[in-house]
Design a protein around this ligand. Structure first.
Ligand code: ADP
Ligand code: GN1
Ligand code: MG
Length: 366
Protein backbone atom coordinates (compact mmCIF):
# COMPACT_ATOMS: atom_id res chain seq x y z
CA UNK A 1 0.00 0.00 0.00
CA UNK A 2 1.20 3.49 -0.89
CA UNK A 3 2.10 5.44 2.28
CA UNK A 4 0.08 8.57 3.09
CA UNK A 5 2.92 10.93 2.22
CA UNK A 6 1.01 14.13 2.95
CA UNK A 7 0.57 12.98 6.55
CA UNK A 8 4.00 11.41 6.81
CA UNK A 9 5.98 14.47 5.75
CA UNK A 10 4.38 16.48 8.58
CA UNK A 11 6.40 14.33 10.98
CA UNK A 12 9.69 15.83 9.76
CA UNK A 13 11.17 19.31 9.85
CA UNK A 14 10.89 19.77 6.11
CA UNK A 15 10.86 23.25 4.67
CA UNK A 16 8.03 24.35 2.37
CA UNK A 17 4.77 22.92 1.08
CA UNK A 18 4.68 19.24 0.13
CA UNK A 19 4.25 18.63 -3.61
CA UNK A 20 4.89 14.95 -4.38
CA UNK A 21 6.79 11.78 -3.52
CA UNK A 22 8.46 9.47 -6.05
CA UNK A 23 10.23 6.12 -5.61
CA UNK A 24 13.99 6.47 -5.90
CA UNK A 25 16.85 4.04 -6.51
CA UNK A 26 17.10 0.28 -6.81
CA UNK A 27 17.97 -0.95 -3.33
CA UNK A 28 17.03 -4.49 -2.33
CA UNK A 29 16.20 -3.62 1.27
CA UNK A 30 14.68 -0.25 2.18
CA UNK A 31 11.97 1.79 0.45
CA UNK A 32 13.37 5.11 -0.74
CA UNK A 33 11.42 8.13 -1.97
CA UNK A 34 12.38 11.58 -3.23
CA UNK A 35 9.93 14.07 -1.73
CA UNK A 36 9.49 17.46 -3.36
CA UNK A 37 8.59 20.71 -1.57
CA UNK A 38 7.96 24.29 -2.62
CA UNK A 39 9.54 26.93 -0.39
CA UNK A 40 7.92 30.29 0.37
CA UNK A 41 10.13 31.94 -2.28
CA UNK A 42 8.78 29.53 -4.91
CA UNK A 43 11.91 27.41 -5.20
CA UNK A 44 11.32 23.66 -5.40
CA UNK A 45 13.65 21.35 -3.50
CA UNK A 46 13.82 17.69 -2.50
CA UNK A 47 14.55 15.43 0.43
CA UNK A 48 15.08 11.70 0.72
CA UNK A 49 12.48 9.85 2.79
CA UNK A 50 13.21 6.22 3.62
CA UNK A 51 11.29 3.42 5.25
CA UNK A 52 13.74 1.22 7.14
CA UNK A 53 13.22 -2.48 6.52
CA UNK A 54 12.72 -3.73 10.05
CA UNK A 55 12.46 -7.32 8.96
CA UNK A 56 16.14 -7.02 7.97
CA UNK A 57 17.20 -4.54 10.65
CA UNK A 58 15.73 -5.91 13.85
CA UNK A 59 16.73 -2.92 15.97
CA UNK A 60 16.08 0.30 14.03
CA UNK A 61 16.73 2.46 17.13
CA UNK A 62 20.26 1.09 17.44
CA UNK A 63 20.75 1.44 13.69
CA UNK A 64 19.77 5.10 13.81
CA UNK A 65 22.12 5.71 16.75
CA UNK A 66 24.91 4.37 14.53
CA UNK A 67 23.93 6.66 11.67
CA UNK A 68 23.88 9.70 13.96
CA UNK A 69 27.24 8.69 15.41
CA UNK A 70 28.82 8.03 12.02
CA UNK A 71 27.47 11.08 10.19
CA UNK A 72 28.41 13.47 13.00
CA UNK A 73 31.92 12.04 13.03
CA UNK A 74 32.20 12.30 9.26
CA UNK A 75 30.93 15.86 9.37
CA UNK A 76 33.71 16.91 11.76
CA UNK A 77 36.36 15.21 9.70
CA UNK A 78 35.06 16.68 6.42
CA UNK A 79 35.00 20.21 7.87
CA UNK A 80 38.52 19.74 9.24
CA UNK A 81 39.67 18.73 5.75
CA UNK A 82 38.05 21.82 4.20
CA UNK A 83 35.27 19.82 2.48
CA UNK A 84 31.55 20.49 2.16
CA UNK A 85 29.68 18.58 4.89
CA UNK A 86 26.32 19.24 3.21
CA UNK A 87 27.30 17.19 0.17
CA UNK A 88 30.05 14.85 1.29
CA UNK A 89 28.06 13.00 3.93
CA UNK A 90 24.43 12.18 4.55
CA UNK A 91 22.59 14.77 6.66
CA UNK A 92 19.62 13.60 8.68
CA UNK A 93 16.54 15.79 8.83
CA UNK A 94 15.11 15.57 12.36
CA UNK A 95 11.51 14.73 13.07
CA UNK A 96 9.09 17.37 14.36
CA UNK A 97 10.00 16.10 17.85
CA UNK A 98 13.71 16.45 17.15
CA UNK A 99 14.41 12.74 16.80
CA UNK A 100 16.45 10.94 14.15
CA UNK A 101 13.55 8.75 13.00
CA UNK A 102 9.78 8.59 13.13
CA UNK A 103 7.90 5.51 14.26
CA UNK A 104 4.52 5.40 12.54
CA UNK A 105 1.41 3.96 14.24
CA UNK A 106 1.64 0.94 11.93
CA UNK A 107 5.08 0.15 13.38
CA UNK A 108 7.11 1.30 10.36
CA UNK A 109 10.27 3.34 10.88
CA UNK A 110 10.99 6.36 8.68
CA UNK A 111 13.98 8.69 8.35
CA UNK A 112 14.86 11.60 6.10
CA UNK A 113 17.99 13.09 4.59
CA UNK A 114 18.83 16.21 2.64
CA UNK A 115 18.82 15.39 -1.06
CA UNK A 116 22.26 15.54 -2.63
CA UNK A 117 21.66 17.42 -5.87
CA UNK A 118 23.91 17.45 -8.92
CA UNK A 119 25.01 13.87 -8.38
CA UNK A 120 23.70 10.37 -9.01
CA UNK A 121 24.28 6.69 -8.44
CA UNK A 122 24.84 4.09 -11.17
CA UNK A 123 23.74 0.49 -11.05
CA UNK A 124 26.52 -0.57 -13.41
CA UNK A 125 29.76 1.06 -14.45
CA UNK A 126 29.37 3.44 -17.38
CA UNK A 127 32.74 5.17 -17.25
CA UNK A 128 36.09 3.89 -16.02
CA UNK A 129 36.93 7.19 -14.31
CA UNK A 130 33.84 6.66 -12.14
CA UNK A 131 35.32 3.39 -10.92
CA UNK A 132 38.46 5.13 -9.74
CA UNK A 133 36.33 7.82 -8.03
CA UNK A 134 34.05 5.34 -6.29
CA UNK A 135 37.01 3.29 -5.08
CA UNK A 136 38.64 6.41 -3.66
CA UNK A 137 35.39 7.36 -1.96
CA UNK A 138 35.19 3.98 -0.20
CA UNK A 139 38.86 4.16 0.78
CA UNK A 140 38.37 7.66 2.12
CA UNK A 141 35.26 6.59 4.01
CA UNK A 142 37.33 3.99 5.90
CA UNK A 143 40.03 6.56 6.49
CA UNK A 144 37.67 9.20 7.87
CA UNK A 145 36.17 6.66 10.26
CA UNK A 146 39.51 5.21 11.35
CA UNK A 147 39.48 7.22 14.60
CA UNK A 148 35.89 6.36 15.53
CA UNK A 149 36.15 3.57 18.13
CA UNK A 150 34.46 0.47 16.67
CA UNK A 151 33.04 -0.34 20.13
CA UNK A 152 30.83 2.76 19.94
CA UNK A 153 28.77 1.22 17.15
CA UNK A 154 26.06 -1.42 17.38
CA UNK A 155 26.20 -4.50 15.20
CA UNK A 156 23.08 -3.77 13.13
CA UNK A 157 23.03 -7.26 11.61
CA UNK A 158 24.99 -9.74 13.70
CA UNK A 159 27.61 -11.78 11.81
CA UNK A 160 26.76 -9.92 8.62
CA UNK A 161 29.95 -10.97 6.81
CA UNK A 162 30.69 -14.10 8.83
CA UNK A 163 30.86 -16.22 5.70
CA UNK A 164 31.21 -19.47 7.68
CA UNK A 165 27.93 -18.78 9.47
CA UNK A 166 26.33 -17.79 6.15
CA UNK A 167 27.36 -21.21 4.89
CA UNK A 168 25.77 -22.92 7.92
CA UNK A 169 22.56 -20.97 7.33
CA UNK A 170 22.53 -22.12 3.72
CA UNK A 171 23.02 -25.75 4.78
CA UNK A 172 20.08 -25.41 7.19
CA UNK A 173 17.94 -23.86 4.44
CA UNK A 174 18.76 -26.82 2.17
CA UNK A 175 17.81 -29.26 4.94
CA UNK A 176 14.56 -27.48 5.77
CA UNK A 177 13.74 -26.86 2.11
CA UNK A 178 10.48 -25.12 3.06
CA UNK A 179 9.54 -24.29 -0.53
CA UNK A 180 10.63 -27.63 -2.01
CA UNK A 181 13.13 -25.76 -4.23
CA UNK A 182 16.36 -27.57 -3.31
CA UNK A 183 15.79 -30.02 -6.16
CA UNK A 184 16.27 -27.15 -8.62
CA UNK A 185 19.61 -26.03 -7.23
CA UNK A 186 21.76 -29.13 -6.77
CA UNK A 187 24.64 -27.76 -8.91
CA UNK A 188 24.63 -24.49 -6.97
CA UNK A 189 24.68 -26.30 -3.62
CA UNK A 190 27.59 -28.43 -4.83
CA UNK A 191 29.38 -25.31 -6.02
CA UNK A 192 29.31 -23.89 -2.51
CA UNK A 193 30.20 -27.19 -0.83
CA UNK A 194 33.35 -27.42 -2.97
CA UNK A 195 34.43 -24.06 -1.56
CA UNK A 196 33.20 -24.50 2.02
CA UNK A 197 36.77 -24.65 3.34
CA UNK A 198 37.36 -21.06 2.25
CA UNK A 199 34.39 -19.57 4.06
CA UNK A 200 36.05 -19.13 7.46
CA UNK A 201 39.46 -17.82 6.36
CA UNK A 202 38.93 -14.10 7.07
CA UNK A 203 37.01 -14.58 10.31
CA UNK A 204 39.75 -16.96 11.50
CA UNK A 205 42.42 -14.35 10.75
CA UNK A 206 40.37 -11.78 12.68
CA UNK A 207 39.97 -14.12 15.65
CA UNK A 208 43.71 -14.86 15.62
CA UNK A 209 44.37 -11.12 15.79
CA UNK A 210 46.07 -11.14 12.39
CA UNK A 211 43.53 -8.83 10.76
CA UNK A 212 42.48 -5.58 12.47
CA UNK A 213 38.86 -4.80 13.18
CA UNK A 214 37.90 -1.41 11.77
CA UNK A 215 34.79 0.66 11.24
CA UNK A 216 33.65 -0.39 7.79
CA UNK A 217 30.71 0.19 5.49
CA UNK A 218 29.93 -3.45 4.74
CA UNK A 219 27.64 -2.77 1.77
CA UNK A 220 29.98 -1.21 -0.77
CA UNK A 221 27.85 -1.65 -3.84
CA UNK A 222 28.82 0.57 -6.73
CA UNK A 223 25.46 2.34 -6.41
CA UNK A 224 26.13 3.27 -2.81
CA UNK A 225 28.33 6.18 -3.85
CA UNK A 226 26.87 9.39 -5.28
CA UNK A 227 28.93 10.56 -8.23
CA UNK A 228 29.07 14.29 -9.00
CA UNK A 229 27.55 15.05 -12.41
CA UNK A 230 30.15 17.68 -13.26
CA UNK A 231 33.40 16.42 -11.79
CA UNK A 232 32.79 12.65 -11.89
CA UNK A 233 34.11 12.46 -8.31
CA UNK A 234 32.59 10.05 -5.79
CA UNK A 235 31.34 12.75 -3.48
CA UNK A 236 29.27 10.90 -0.91
CA UNK A 237 29.09 7.36 0.41
CA UNK A 238 25.45 6.56 1.22
CA UNK A 239 23.43 3.62 2.57
CA UNK A 240 24.97 3.64 6.04
CA UNK A 241 22.77 0.98 7.67
CA UNK A 242 25.54 -1.57 7.91
CA UNK A 243 28.36 0.72 9.03
CA UNK A 244 29.74 -1.20 12.01
CA UNK A 245 32.86 -3.04 13.16
CA UNK A 246 34.20 -5.14 10.29
CA UNK A 247 37.15 -5.82 8.04
CA UNK A 248 38.48 -3.45 5.40
CA UNK A 249 38.53 -6.52 3.19
CA UNK A 250 34.76 -6.84 3.31
CA UNK A 251 34.47 -3.41 1.73
CA UNK A 252 37.11 -3.99 -0.91
CA UNK A 253 35.74 -7.44 -1.72
CA UNK A 254 32.10 -6.47 -1.90
CA UNK A 255 32.88 -3.45 -4.06
CA UNK A 256 34.83 -5.57 -6.55
CA UNK A 257 32.03 -8.11 -6.81
CA UNK A 258 29.58 -5.29 -7.43
CA UNK A 259 31.58 -3.02 -9.76
CA UNK A 260 33.75 -5.39 -11.78
CA UNK A 261 30.85 -7.26 -13.35
CA UNK A 262 29.78 -5.22 -16.39
CA UNK A 263 26.48 -7.15 -16.58
CA UNK A 264 23.52 -6.73 -14.24
CA UNK A 265 23.50 -8.35 -10.83
CA UNK A 266 20.50 -10.41 -11.91
CA UNK A 267 21.53 -11.03 -15.54
CA UNK A 268 19.96 -14.19 -16.95
CA UNK A 269 22.43 -14.51 -19.82
CA UNK A 270 25.44 -15.78 -17.89
CA UNK A 271 27.66 -15.60 -20.97
CA UNK A 272 28.01 -11.84 -20.46
CA UNK A 273 28.74 -12.06 -16.74
CA UNK A 274 32.46 -11.74 -16.04
CA UNK A 275 35.13 -9.93 -14.08
CA UNK A 276 36.31 -7.01 -16.13
CA UNK A 277 40.03 -6.65 -15.50
CA UNK A 278 40.12 -2.99 -16.47
CA UNK A 279 37.48 -2.23 -13.87
CA UNK A 280 39.40 -4.25 -11.30
CA UNK A 281 42.53 -2.30 -12.17
CA UNK A 282 40.80 1.07 -11.79
CA UNK A 283 39.13 0.00 -8.55
CA UNK A 284 42.32 -1.34 -6.99
CA UNK A 285 44.18 1.83 -7.94
CA UNK A 286 41.52 4.15 -6.53
CA UNK A 287 41.09 2.24 -3.30
CA UNK A 288 44.80 1.72 -2.68
CA UNK A 289 45.70 5.30 -3.55
CA UNK A 290 43.92 6.14 -0.29
CA UNK A 291 44.18 2.94 1.73
CA UNK A 292 47.74 1.76 1.14
CA UNK A 293 48.81 4.16 3.89
CA UNK A 294 46.79 2.44 6.58
CA UNK A 295 46.30 -1.18 5.46
CA UNK A 296 48.51 -3.87 6.99
CA UNK A 297 50.42 -6.34 4.84
CA UNK A 298 48.03 -9.13 5.84
CA UNK A 299 45.13 -7.01 4.61
CA UNK A 300 46.94 -6.24 1.36
CA UNK A 301 47.74 -9.92 0.87
CA UNK A 302 44.06 -10.87 1.11
CA UNK A 303 42.41 -8.28 -1.13
CA UNK A 304 41.73 -10.67 -3.98
CA UNK A 305 40.77 -13.52 -1.73
CA UNK A 306 38.23 -11.15 -0.15
CA UNK A 307 36.83 -10.23 -3.56
CA UNK A 308 36.19 -13.89 -4.27
CA UNK A 309 34.87 -14.61 -0.79
CA UNK A 310 32.45 -11.68 -0.75
CA UNK A 311 31.20 -12.73 -4.18
CA UNK A 312 30.69 -16.30 -3.01
CA UNK A 313 28.99 -15.05 0.16
CA UNK A 314 26.66 -12.80 -1.77
CA UNK A 315 25.68 -15.68 -4.06
CA UNK A 316 25.15 -17.94 -1.04
CA UNK A 317 22.87 -15.35 0.55
CA UNK A 318 20.75 -15.11 -2.60
CA UNK A 319 20.60 -18.91 -2.79
CA UNK A 320 19.53 -19.11 0.86
CA UNK A 321 16.79 -16.58 0.28
CA UNK A 322 15.61 -18.47 -2.78
CA UNK A 323 15.35 -21.64 -0.69
CA UNK A 324 13.62 -19.81 2.16
CA UNK A 325 10.97 -18.40 -0.18
CA UNK A 326 12.29 -14.86 -0.91
CA UNK A 327 11.80 -13.45 2.55
CA UNK A 328 14.84 -11.13 2.72
CA UNK A 329 15.53 -9.42 -0.62
CA UNK A 330 12.94 -7.69 -2.75
CA UNK A 331 12.22 -9.80 -5.83
CA UNK A 332 10.48 -8.87 -9.07
CA UNK A 333 10.13 -12.24 -10.71
CA UNK A 334 10.00 -15.96 -10.04
CA UNK A 335 13.48 -17.32 -9.25
CA UNK A 336 14.92 -13.81 -9.15
CA UNK A 337 17.15 -14.70 -6.21
CA UNK A 338 18.33 -17.78 -8.05
CA UNK A 339 19.29 -15.66 -11.07
CA UNK A 340 21.25 -13.37 -8.75
CA UNK A 341 22.94 -16.36 -7.13
CA UNK A 342 23.99 -17.75 -10.51
CA UNK A 343 25.51 -14.43 -11.54
CA UNK A 344 27.64 -14.45 -8.42
CA UNK A 345 28.79 -18.03 -8.84
CA UNK A 346 29.71 -17.27 -12.44
CA UNK A 347 31.79 -14.36 -11.14
CA UNK A 348 33.52 -16.62 -8.61
CA UNK A 349 34.39 -19.05 -11.39
CA UNK A 350 35.71 -16.25 -13.55
CA UNK A 351 37.88 -14.99 -10.70
CA UNK A 352 39.29 -18.48 -10.30
CA UNK A 353 40.15 -18.59 -14.00
CA UNK A 354 41.68 -15.11 -14.04
CA UNK A 355 43.49 -15.31 -10.72
CA UNK A 356 47.01 -14.83 -12.13
CA UNK A 357 46.05 -11.72 -14.08
CA UNK A 358 44.18 -10.38 -11.08
CA UNK A 359 47.18 -10.91 -8.82
CA UNK A 360 49.37 -8.95 -11.24
CA UNK A 361 46.87 -6.09 -11.35
CA UNK A 362 46.66 -5.75 -7.58
CA UNK A 363 50.43 -6.08 -7.21
CA UNK A 364 50.86 -3.08 -9.52
CA UNK A 365 48.43 -1.00 -7.41
CA UNK A 366 50.15 -1.88 -4.15
P1 ADP B 1 18.97 0.88 -0.17
O1 ADP B 1 19.40 0.56 1.22
O2 ADP B 1 17.62 0.39 -0.44
O3 ADP B 1 20.00 0.47 -1.19
P2 ADP B 1 19.96 3.62 -0.44
O4 ADP B 1 20.16 4.34 0.86
O5 ADP B 1 21.16 3.11 -1.11
O6 ADP B 1 18.86 2.48 -0.23
O7 ADP B 1 19.17 4.63 -1.39
C1 ADP B 1 18.61 4.20 -2.62
C2 ADP B 1 18.91 5.23 -3.71
O8 ADP B 1 18.35 6.51 -3.35
C3 ADP B 1 20.39 5.51 -3.94
O9 ADP B 1 20.94 4.60 -4.86
C4 ADP B 1 20.39 6.93 -4.47
O10 ADP B 1 20.14 6.95 -5.86
C5 ADP B 1 19.19 7.56 -3.78
N1 ADP B 1 19.63 8.34 -2.58
C6 ADP B 1 19.80 7.88 -1.34
N2 ADP B 1 20.17 8.86 -0.49
C7 ADP B 1 20.23 10.00 -1.24
C8 ADP B 1 20.52 11.39 -0.95
N3 ADP B 1 20.80 11.80 0.29
N4 ADP B 1 20.45 12.27 -1.97
C9 ADP B 1 20.11 11.87 -3.23
N5 ADP B 1 19.82 10.60 -3.55
C10 ADP B 1 19.89 9.66 -2.58
C1 GN1 C 1 21.64 -5.45 -0.33
O1 GN1 C 1 20.59 -2.48 0.34
P1 GN1 C 1 21.36 -2.83 -0.90
O2 GN1 C 1 20.53 -3.12 -2.06
O3 GN1 C 1 22.43 -1.76 -1.11
C2 GN1 C 1 22.31 -6.10 0.87
C3 GN1 C 1 23.79 -6.30 0.59
C4 GN1 C 1 23.96 -7.16 -0.64
C5 GN1 C 1 23.26 -6.47 -1.79
C6 GN1 C 1 23.33 -7.32 -3.03
C7 GN1 C 1 21.52 -4.91 4.35
O4 GN1 C 1 22.19 -4.16 -0.51
O5 GN1 C 1 24.39 -6.95 1.70
O6 GN1 C 1 25.33 -7.32 -0.92
O7 GN1 C 1 21.87 -6.22 -1.48
N1 GN1 C 1 22.11 -5.28 2.06
C8 GN1 C 1 21.72 -5.84 3.21
O8 GN1 C 1 22.90 -6.58 -4.10
O9 GN1 C 1 21.54 -7.04 3.35
MG1 MG D 1 21.88 1.17 -1.60
Amino acid sequence: MEPDFAALVKQFKFEGAFLEANPCGFGHINDTYAVRFRKANGAVHRYILQRINHNVFKNPEALMQNIERVTSHLKKRIIAAGGDPERETLNLIPTAEGKAFYRAPDGDYWRAYTFIEGAQTYRAVERLDHVYSVAKAFGNFQKLLSDLPAGELHETIPNFHHTGKRFETLVEAVERDVKNRARFVRPEIEFVEERAGETSVLVDLLEQGRLPERVTHNDTKFNNVMIDNETGEGICVIDLDTVMPGLSLYDFGDAVRSAANPAAEDEQDLSIVRIDLEILDRFAHGYLDIARDFLTSVELDHLLFAAKLMTLECGMRFLTDYLEGDVYYKVWREAHNLDRCRVHFKLVEDMEVKVDQMVRIVARSR
